[in-house]
Design a protein around this ligand. Structure first.
Ligand SMILES: [Ca+2]
Length: 486
């Protein structure tokens, strides 16, 4: 017997022993150690409002598949986006970091609206997520996951695309924040979704097509751990949907501020997408070993939907601009039908997914969120903490707002039942008990000075710790006029 043969035999013997040991462990523990790593699916909707689902209380929109997802998993009723609009919220979701760390504070320019209405020079904005940022996809790649991105990216073009940030596959993700068209061939004055320019048919709808592409990814990768990020362009403007579904809502009476049949049809198509993803997982036998996250990037668009009783809409740090439906389904670990009121935030997804995949955070990569596994598994709560927002930018009004702004530069903190907003133009403070007063109607800043001061101190400390720039330089072009003074 040669030395090499002896070594080979020794190896064989030790693998036999390993199998025996794990088989005994299997008998004792129910084979947990032998199950393949769980798959992770994130379904991110664009601009879906807090109440835009049946399970969140809409009596107009129809979302049977998403409602079922909630019944089979855990529903978070106080989940927050990291920002009130698309790009920064997405940058935080993918990086696990608050905006001051990655520099994406808003969409496009921070100096939006009429320059004469801006009292301050806003902080410069970064429109792409820097390639040095280690995304959740890169962290999962490091432990062998196949990663696929489908749909809206909005975090930069060439050099900053999903394929530059850990995704092996990218379909239709680019610098665009909304689709040039919702119908094949997805072409309009602002460009085209080139990845989808082939292989479609007349009348094909973008939400359906992205789902087709995502299902193909699931089929192709069902034998190995995968991370699917399905990022629908829906339900962002342009408000366009399939006629046969619009007709379903056409004669239905609106209720609770929900009354737009085209928007309802967009949501309905998103719901069908969720249903098809779940059916495919079941068909592949992966429904129990896949953790599915359903979330949105910011509050609903004021002119088309209502977040009432919450105040505000997309583009504001009031609850209507940042509170989101969040559902997590993972039968292996999560008790079906659970609901939690615990305040959580987009940056919590990164560490939660790391824990699910038994992956580690890269050295030196700061994570601002916490893993939600104790909540999901019912094994405990989260340690008391504060949630923070930093929006040093201007956003012009939409049709749902009077005056020039949805927001002027502002920051916010949520701790316990309280939320403090600070507006940088004049230092104005607003304190709300969002448990008792989710509509943020009663400003308690003057009546609860100790709480106000405490939260302001925590907010300022956080800005120092994250090196968050606050706009302070007056805008020389500012003109106080009757029409514009607010
Ligand atoms: Ca958005």
């Amino acid at each position: 017997m040669t030395g090499a043969t002896q070594t080979a035999l020794r190896h064989e013997f030790s693998s036999v022993v390993a199998v025996l040991v794990s088989s005994v462990a299997c008998l004792l523990t129910g084979c947990a150690g032998l199950e393949p790593p769980p798959n992770v699916v994130v379904i991110l909707i664009d601009d879906l409002g807090w109440r835009d689902l049946g399970v969140m209380g809409s009596a107009y929109y129809e979302t049977p598949n998403i409602d079922r997802l909630a019944q089979q998993g855990m529903l978070f009723t106080q989940a927050y986006a990291n920002a009130p609009n698309c790009a920064p919220s997405r940058a935080s979701l993918l990086s696990g970091q608050y905006p001051p760390r990655h520099g994406v504070y808003t969409v496009g320019s921070s100096a939006r609206g009429d320059r004469r209405d801006r009292r301050l020079i806003p902080v410069e904005n970064q429109t792409a997520l820097g390639p040095e940022v280690i995304t959740i996809a890169e962290a999962l790649r490091a432990v062998g996951y196949v990663t696929g991105y489908f749909g809206k990216w909005h975090l930069g073009g060439e050099g900053s695309l999903p394929v530059d940030q850990g995704f092996l596959v990218n379909v239709a993700g680019n610098e665009l924040g909304s689709p040039p068209s919702y119908f094949y061939p997805y072409e309009g004055p602002r460009g085209q979704l080139l990845d989808l320019a082939q292989g479609g048919y007349e009348g094909e709808y973008l939400t359906d097509r992205l789902t087709d592409e995502a299902l193909r990814f699931l089929e192709a990768n069902s034998e190995q751990p995968f991370f699917l990020f399905l990022s629908h362009y829906a339900v962002h403007t342009p408000i366009r949907a399939k006629q046969e579904i619009i007709d379903r809502f056409r004669d239905r009476e609106g209720i609770g501020g929900h009354d737009n049949p085209i928007y309802a049809a967009m949501i309905y198509s998103v719901d069908e997408s969720v249903g098809r993803v779940m059916s495919k997982l079941e068909e592949l036998g992966l429904q129990d070993n896949t953790a599915v996250f359903f979330f949105s990037d910011n509050g609903g668009f004021g002119p088309v939907t209502s977040m009432a009783p919450l105040r505000g809409s997309k583009g504001m740090l009031y609850e209507g601009g940042i509170r989101e439906p969040l559902i997590v389904r993972w039968p292996r670990m999560i008790v079906a039908g659970a609901t939690t009121r615990e305040p959580v935030i987009g940056t919590d997804l990164y560490p939660t997914i790391l824990e699910i995949a038994e992956a580690a955070s890269a050295d030196g990569h700061v994570l601002d969120g916490v893993s939600l596994m104790p909540l999901l598994t019912g094994t405990g709560g989260l340690t008391e903490r504060s949630l923070f927002w930093h929006f040093p930018a201007y956003l012009e009004a939409d049709r749902s707002v009077s005056g020039p702004w949805r927001t002027t530069p502002a920051g916010a903190i949520r701790r316990g039942n309280f939320k403090l907003l600070q507006f940088f133009e004049d230092g104005r403070l607003e304190l709300y008990d969002v448990e008792r007063d989710p509509g943020e109607q009663q400003n308690l800043a003057a009546s609860l000075p100790d709480t106000t001061e405490h939260l302001l101190e925590l907010l300022e400390q956080w800005r120092v710790a994250t090196d968050a720039p606050v706009p302070t330089v007056p805008n020389p072009e500012f003109r106080r006029t009757a029409g514009r003074d607010r």
